[in-house]
Every structure is written in structure tokens, then in C-alpha cells.
Design a protein around this ligand. Structure first.
Ligand SMILES: *Cc1c(COP(=O)(O)O)cnc(C)c1O
Length: 364
């Protein structure tokens, strides 16, 4: 038998979450964000499951869009970073892509192709224009908006969407989000064009920012998008990471566990060794005390994360045996709790699971 470590991807949970989030978003249209292999959940399986429930799919760059088309996914695709070269636009020409454009050379490249009659009645130029409302990462300055619409009039059509991305909508205090939203909306609203501002957190927590399109990623994958706890979200876990106990031992008081001896037993301690490690994407910097779940209880990491193994203190379990399942995160233990303990976010935990972890799908 092969190693009993796998991630279960519950596609029915994705469909459930998408329904919950679409109900919140309504009447805004939903863009299902499937970049980075659908946040590590498998882009083809996820795209097939959600295609009927979204207006568009979104990926980060061209090759991610090409993969979707190779597998026969026909939904419109939004490419969030836009083209990285003029060749990207040409290579994507037959793929029915919408490019999110954030910088001047991109606009000029589209303009040039337009003048060269690259576009026609059956092949439209579809652009979302991205503006920097204060995140200062990508996007045109807001005071360029009307000049861009004037100077590139030929590129503006019924597909054009003005868009921005808020830096701090996941915080409880919405003052920064409100500043960025107001800066954008006061300028963008002057034109009769569709708008898109919201990601998962914004969609749930900031109704005014929903606008024409919401762009949903992490919440669809079942994780709380906020940096603070939320009890009111009926999202279901999608990404369920499990392994098994492959060894059990009693460690005497004063003995240490693992590389570097970073965990020392304060009393006689039962240690379970579990068949998953940093080569699988479980973060090596996870500290002693990081939770997992076994036999109905939380258990806590004891000793450094190794390449292929983790060690947990299981002294408090009534019953524990070799072969028992350990859930690293999932329906028994929210991924956000584990991410918080490790000092990261659910996005990173999901996207960094390695190829070595087999995926089992439910509901495909
Ligand atoms: C990834 C991404 C999203 C989705 O964000 P979530 O927080 O996962 O909902 C939305 N918009 C843009 C521009 C993105 O890059």
C-alpha cells in the first residue's frame, strides 16, 4: 500500500460555497478565480464544477488560460495580470480571453493590433482597465482614467470594465477599504462603464463595493477570507488534508523530540509520528503547538517539521493507534486556525501543497 497521505477536494463544498457567495453577490455577476491551479485544488476539476455557476473564470497569466482551453473549458476567461508580452496577446487571440490591463505598454500593444486589423466582428478586444486605488502594486493612477478612455477610445467597448483591488478589505476596521473604494468610485462612476472591485472579503463585508462583477477566490475554497474570526459564514471546507500515524512511542520526561530537540517532554509523553512533512507543503516553520485533529480531539505539534514526517503529542487521547487518521486541516479543523498558528494564511497553505500529495475528489 502506498503512503496514506492525501488531500480530499470536496467539489460539492465548492458548489455550496459558490451558491452562498453568489446569493450574497446578487445581482452582481460572479468571476470564479481559479489561478494557481484553483488555489491548489486542481483547476480543471474546479473549473468543470463551477463553470455553470459563474459568468467568467479568472487566472493570473496566459498559460493558465491555455490549460483551461486545452481541457475544453469554454467559459470566458479573465487574465488578471494581462499580457506579459505582445506575443501573449497573439497567442491568446483565439481563446476568447479578457485581459486585465494595468500599464501603458499593454494599452499600446492592443492599440497597435487594433490598427493592424487584428480584431474584427467575431474577435473582439476585451479589456478590463485596472486602477491603483492605494494598494500600489498594479494599475494606472486614478487621475489617468479619463485620459486613458479618451486616448484609447477605439479600445473601449461593451466589454470594458473599470476595476481595482482593495488592500485591506479583510480587516474589521474598514476605514482604509473605504478610502480606497471612495477614491476609485468617485472617479470611475463618471463614466457609463461596468465596474469590478470586490474579492471574497469585500463581497461579504462591503456591500457598496460589489458593483457589476465580484471576483471570488478563497471563500469559494471554503476558507474565511477575513483576518479575524467569523462565526456567521456558512462556508464548507473544501481542502481536507489527512495522513496517518505510522509510529507511536512513550518519551520520558526530559527527553527531546525531532531535529534540534526543540520539543522537550515535561512529563512522560506519548508521541505520534505522522506521514507528512515539508516536502508535501506542510510549512517547515510550523512551531510546537500547531494544531491537528485526531480521534475527535485536537493534538499539537511536538518537535520540528521534517521532510516526510510530523510528530504530535497525543498523550491526552483516550485511544490512539498506528493507522489512525490525522487531519492537518479540513472539515474537522478549519484551515484558518492552522494558518493562524503557523503565521500564514489559508491561501498559502492550499497553494503550496506539493505534487507528491495525491488528490481525491468528491462530487466530480
Ligand atoms: C486573486 C484575486 C482575487 C480573488 O481574491 P480572494 O481573496 O481569493 O477572493 C480577486 N481579484 C484579483 C485581482 C486577484 O488577483
Amino acid at each position: 500500500m502506498s503512503r496514506p497521505t492525501a488531500v480530499t477536494i470536496d467539489l460539492n463544498a465548492i458548489a455550496h460555497n459558490l451558491q452562498v457567495l453568489s446569493d450574497i453577490a446578487s445581482p452582481s455577476k460572479v468571476v470564479g478565480v481559479v489561478k494557481a491551479d484553483a488555489y491548489g485544488n486542481g483547476v480543471i476539476e474546479v473549473a468543470r464544477k463551477i463553470a455553470d455557476g459563474v459568468s467568467m473564470l479568472a487566472v493570473a497569466f496566459l498559460s493558465e488560460a491555455q490549460e483551461l482551453r486545452e481541457y475544453g473549458i469554454t467559459k470566458p476567461i479573465l487574465v488578471l495580470q494581462g499580457p506579459h508580452s505582445q506575443q501573449d496577446i497573439i497567442d491568446g487571440a483565439e481563446l476568447n480571453l479578457t485581459w486585465m490591463v494595468h500599464t501603458h505598454w499593454q494599452l499600446k500593444a492592443f492599440e497597435q493590433l487594433q490598427q493592424d486589423n487584428f480584431y474584427n466582428a467575431s474577435k473582439a478586444c476585451k479589456l478590463w482597465l485596472k486602477f491603483d486605488s492605494g494598494m500600489h502594486r498594479l494599475g494606472f493612477a486614478l487621475n489617468e482614467l479619463s485620459d486613458i478612455l479618451n486616448n484609447y477610445e477605439a479600445l473601449v467597448n461593451q466589454h470594458t470594465v473599470l476595476t481595482t483591488h482593495l488592500a485591506r478589505a479583510d480587516e474589521r476596521d474598514k476605514s482604509n477599504a473605504h478610502e480606497q473604494f471612495s477614491a476609485f468610485i468617485s472617479i470611475a462612476n463618471k463614466h457609463n462603464l461596468s465596474l469590478s472591485i470586490a474579492n471574497s472579503a469585500t463581497n461579504i463585508d462591503y456591500p457598496e463595493a460589489r458593483q457589476s462583477y465580484v471576483r471570488l477566490g478563497i471563500a469559494m475554497y471554503g476558507a474565511n477570507p477575513f483576518e479575524f474570526k467569523r462565526q456567521d459564514l456558512s462556508l464548507k471546507a473544501v481542502n481536507i488534508l489527512e495522513s496517518q500515524i505510522i509510529a507511536l512511542r512513550e518519551v520520558a520526561s526530559g527527553e527531546s523530540v525531532g531535529y534540534g530537540g526543540t520539543f522537550t517532554a515535561q512529563t512522560n509523553t506519548k508521541i505520534a509520528t505522522v506521514a507528512i512533512g515539508y516536502a508535501d507543503g506542510y510549512p517547515r516553520h510550523a512551531a510546537n503547538g500547531t494544531p491537528a485533529w485526531c480521534n475527535g480531539k485536537l493534538i499539537y505539534l511536538a518537535g520540528r517539521v521534517s521532510m516526510d514526517m510530523l510528530t504530535f503529542d497525543v498523550s491526552h487521547l483516550d485511544e490512539v493507534n498506528i493507522g489512525d487518521t490525522v487531519q492537518l486541516w479540513g472539515d474537522k479543523l478549519p484551515i484558518n486556525k492552522v494558518a493562524d498558528a503557523i503565521g500564514t494564511i489559508s491561501y498559502e497553505l492550499m497553494t503550496r501543497l506539493s505534487k507528491r500529495v495525491p488528490r481525491h475528489y468528491l462530487g466530480n
